[in-house]
Structures are given as structure tokens and as C-alpha cells.
Design a protein around this ligand. Structure first.
Ligand SMILES: [Zn+2]
Length: 100
């Protein structure tokens, strides 16, 4: 396994209340608990040749980047098998499942 590698980095995403916002332009990416990647722009390209690195994993492995629709900043990147769903990143705010 290549690991998750998709945890939002500090500063990339900002949690305001229950919603995540872009750390740069403040674009609302929706409730943190429901998977912000659905609201980001997802771009896919084959890992092969990505970033000039000599990956030899073949074209069935994709590099996915998630970009802010507001300012175009890259918020996260992950590798995925072709046709696999995006990793469902969810921030744990400590309140999940605790509310009636
Ligand atoms: Zn933004």
C-alpha cells in the first residue's frame, strides 16, 4: 500500500464552524464531515511521468490532485487506481457521532 497521503495539510484547509474553507481564498468546501473533495476540482493524470519522476507504475495508476474552485490552489494530492473512488477524507472534529 502507498498509504493514505491525503490528509489535509495545515494551512491548506481552514475549518470554520462545521465547514471547511480554502486556506487562501476562503472558498466554502462544505461540511468537513461529508467529504470536502466532492466540492473541490479533481484532476487526474497518469502517475507515469508525473512531475518528471521516473514512475514505472503504469497508466492505471493515477495522480489525483484536488484544487480549490475559487483560487486554483492545490489542496491535496493522492494516488489512486484508475476508476477507484477518491479517498474519503474526513476531518475528525471530536464531535462526530456525539450529537443526538
Ligand atoms: Zn481557494
Amino acid at each position: 500500500m502507498s498509504g493514505r497521503g491525503g490528509d489535509p495539510a495545515a494551512g491548506m484547509l481552514e475549518l470554520r464552524g462545521a465547514n471547511l474553507h480554502c486556506g487562501r481564498c476562503g472558498h466554502d468546501l462544505g461540511p468537513a464531515a461529508s467529504g470536502w473533495k466532492k466540492r473541490a476540482l479533481m484532476r487526474e493524470r497518469p502517475m507515469e511521468g508525473a512531475g518528471g519522476a521516473p514512475y514505472r507504475s503504469g497508466s492505471h495508476v493515477l495522480l489525483r490532485t484536488f484544487v480549490c474552485p475559487g483560487c486554483g490552489r492545490q489542496l491535496a494530492a493522492e494516488t489512486a487506481m484508475k476508476d477507484a473512488p477518491p479517498l474519503d477524507d474526513r476531518l475528525h472534529t471530536g464531535r462526530a457521532g456525539g450529537d443526538p
